[in-house]
Design a protein around this ligand. Structure first.
Ligand SMILES: Cc1cc2nc3c(=O)[nH]c(=O)nc-3n(C[C@H](O)[C@H](O)[C@H](O)COP(=O)(O)O)c2cc1C
Length: 173
């Protein structure tokens, strides 16, 4: 089974997670701008969260993808276990299902907000929001990378036990 990683990233957070996974699993990595839809049996898709769902470039890619097994990951300023993240996952699951894609699993982590976007933002600067954005500045970090790796490994191992996707990780490289 040929698997590739396709990511969309504005400021580098999502690309960093994608690069880490590509290195750990020796998978080809494509920016969404030059990603192939054909030639691969399975896809790992990474997006930055935009308005509660995948960013526009990844949305367009997902809409083109038909009938593939998919694992996706996303970076966001929200907490990965928040209702916002839950709704984002639901939207993404539905979109992929519309194209006949089977979702194997997903992973979310926080990602630092572009400081220029923050400066222009008109959202109220509540203490809760400021604390969340401050925490987001520390992400994605090594712990996020390792959790993403674990989620991906588990998702593929569960569905495709014959896959050698976990070999590198098991060897501790
Ligand atoms: C225009 C815009 C919209 C965003 N919308 C959301 C959102 O709805 N929910 C969220 O949690 N984060 C949102 N974010 C935060 C980004 O998804 C987050 O900072 C992400 O890690 C950026 O990834 P990147 O560095 O790969 O571009 C938004 C950021 C921008 C610039």
């Amino acid at each position: 089974m040929r698997i590739c990683i396709v990511y969309s990233s504005r400021t580098g957070n999502t690309r960093a997670v994608g690069e880490y996974l590509a290195g750990r699993f020796s998978l080809p990595l494509f920016s969404v701008a030059d990603a192939p839809c054909e030639g691969y049996d399975g896809f790992v898709l990474g997006f930055w969260t935009w308005r509660g769902g995948p960013d526009e470039a990844m949305l367009a890619f997902m809409e083109r993808l038909q009938g593939k097994p998919v694992f996706y990951f996303g970076t966001m300023t929200s907490m990965p276990d928040s209702p916002h993240a839950g709704r984002c996952a639901l939207r993404t699951d539905r979109l992929l299902a519309e194209g006949g894609c089977r979702v194997l699993g997903h992973f979310f982590c926080q990602g630092r907000l572009d400081p220029q976007v923050l400066a222009r933002s008109t959202h109220p600067r509540t203490p809760e929001r400021l604390a969340r954005l401050k925490e987001a500045e520390r992400h994605p970090n090594m712990q996020d990378f390792m959790q993403a790796e674990e989620s991906l490994r588990e998702a593929f191992a569960r569905e495709y036990p014959q896959l050698a996707l976990s070999k590198k990780a098991e060897r501790g490289e």
